[in-house]
Ligand binder design. Structure first.
Ligand code: ADP
Ligand code: MG
Length: 509
């Protein structure tokens, strides 16, 4: 069957979106592929469709549990039943059962990088025919692999254990350096590149300066009242999501919820589902929400706090307008919050002095790593409670160092500590320079779209009608009410439109 027919039969879609067919052809010719398609550009199809044409299974490495659940559900609702997600959401007995069944019976197997470090799952996967190995949201290799998700850096080794299946890396946000990291850590010796435009012309961009945080709060309320939902509002801390959720609720905003990593897994899946099903209109969240989530009708994304790099910003605003509707991304800036991103960067990796203390404690008299008892772990966590990921980071770095230098002596322990501290410093300063680039973008007087794309080495070749505040953007287009002004080309108001707006439903602008 040719690909166009396969597309129609399996998905009901009449044609491929830009880039999809070429990527799928290369995947089916068993080449390694690194593919960039914009947010909402249809990356999932690039492994789903090959799945139907290949005999064996497709293993998809996915960064988040919520994302896996979303993708499993989508596949199931499209009629594909041979799907499974191997993650911590499975109960003990489900896991035990899966270990006894033949995984070959699953066409699509979703798994996290961490589960791929567990011997029994790797052995299980070794027993089946894997025809395609996919790393979805592959920028995570570079963005998280060096910090708190170090198992991303071990995917190349895992692939070897699985017999080097052809590999497809998918992302919507990769600079040249990130692409290099993906190639290196996934051990792709001669991959084919499909670099498509990352632009999202249906998302207008706006940066608003406010004088202080009180004004920011009030502006947020104005926007949440006026803008046509659904919307996502990003904050840099869990407490702020809750605080502003309360403020909005108390001020008449209904169908609003908050979401952050401190909620239980069940609560998170529930809120995500409610948002997907339009039972919740506005979600106040940290960056823990939204990656890869396929909700087509989000109309705005507000950043109450800015992220620390352009990649994250593009990922987060990309959750708007996935169905093609006009939507808007608004970043609120206040001088009072200027230090926050810097603070976030400093917290992402261990403090060098703490690192030195921990390293000394981790290495025993024989120069080997002493794995921690639960009590030791708890004691250390109590000293700096958020630091489980820091501890994992240090263990990873220590292991790496010992792999190349052997067991440690008292003097090499010093050198090892210094080497790790240098790594922390250089990673932190790299992040600071990424923050500088985002800060520069927020203050530019040039076209924001042009500058954003330039960051990814892409040139803006078209004129976008509703582009950015620097090119001119009318926020009224995105409000619940219809505004018809004589000097715009806005469509005529029809009674259907009026009714749709009264009931806050979609219109196709
Ligand atoms: P992303 O690139 O962000 O991963 P998804 O794979 O989640 O995007 O796809 C976004 C949406 O586009 C989904 O609803 C998907 O069904 C739809 N889609 C993908 N390919 C096509 C196509 N060729 N024609 C129509 N819709 C498509
Ligand atoms: Mg996706």
């Amino acid at each position: 069957m040719n690909l166009d027919n396969l597309l129609k039969v399996k998905t009901g879609f009449s044609s491929f979106r830009p880039g999809q067919k070429e990527i799928i052809q290369d995947v089916l010719s068993k080449k390694d592929v690194i593919a960039l398609l914009p947010t909402g550009g249809g990356k999932s199809l690039c492994y789903q469709l090959p799945g139907y044409a290949l005999d064996g299974s497709v293993v998809i490495v996915s960064p988040l549990l919520s994302l896996m659940e979303d993708q499993v559900q989508q596949l199931r609702s499209s009629g594909e039943k041979s799907v499974v997600a191997l993650n911590s959401f499975l109960t003990f007995s489900e896991k035990e059962k899966l270990l006894t069944v033949d995984l070959n019976s699953f066409k699509y197997i979703f798994i996290s990088p961490e589960m791929l470090q567990v011997d029994k799952w790797v052995m299980k996967l070794q027993s089946i025919q894997i025809d395609l190995f996919v790393v979805d949201e592959a920028h995570c290799v570079s963005q998280w692999g060096h910090d708190f998700r170090t198992d991303y850096l071990k995917l190349g080794a895992v692939k070897q254990l699985l017999g080097e299946p052809p590999t497809l890396a998918l992302t919507a946000t990769a600079t040249k350096a990130v692409i290099q990291d993906i190639q290196l850590y996934l051990c792709l010796s001669a991959p084919l590149f499909h670099i498509n435009s990352l632009d999202r012309p249906n998302i207008a961009m706006k940066v608003e300066e406010v004088t202080n945080n009180q004004e920011k709060k009030e502006r947020l309320l104005d926007l949440a009242t006026a803008l046509k939902p659904p919307g996502i509002i990003y904050f840099s801390s869990r407490t702020k999501t809750e605080e502003l959720y309360e403020y909005l609720s108390e001020n008449g905003i209904i169908k609003v919820a908050y979401y952050h990593a401190g909620l239980s897994q069940e609560q998170r899946i529930l809120i995500q589902q409610q948002f997907l099903m339009d039972q919740i209109d506005i979600i106040c969240c940290t960056s823990a929400f939204g990656m890869g989530i396929n909700k087509s009708n989000v109309r705005y994304v507000i950043h109450y706090h800015q992220p620390t790099q352009i990649e994250s910003y593009v990922q987060e605003i990309g959750r708007a307008g996935r169905g093609g509707n006009q939507s808007i991304a608004i970043l609120l800036k206040s001088k009072e919050d200027a230090k926050l991103p810097e603070f976030m960067i400093e917290n992402e990796l261990p403090d060098p002095a703490w690192a030195s203390f921990i390293i000394r404690n981790l290495v025993n008299h024989y120069g080997e790593i002493e794995y921690l008892s639960k009590k030791q772990m708890r004691d250390w966590m109590e000293q700096q409670p958020e630091n489980e990921s820091h501890l994992r980071y240090l263990l990873f770095q220590l292991n790496e160092y010992m792999e190349s230098h052997g067991k440690l002596t008292s003097s090499s322990l010093e050198q090892c500590t210094e080497a790790i501290q240098r790594k922390i410093d250089s990673r932190t300063s790299m992040k600071r320079s990424k923050l500088e680039e985002l800060n520069h973008w927020t203050t530019t007087a040039n076209c924001r779209r042009k500058e954003l794309l330039l960051y990814f080495d892409e040139e803006l070749l078209t004129t976008v009608e509703h582009c950015c505040d620097n090119c001119g953007v009318n926020i009224d287009r995105y409000t619940r009410k219809i505004h018809v002004t004589s000097n715009t080309t806005e469509e005529l108001v029809t009674w259907e439109k009026v009714l749709k707006n009264i009931f806050w439903q979609e219109d196709e602008n």
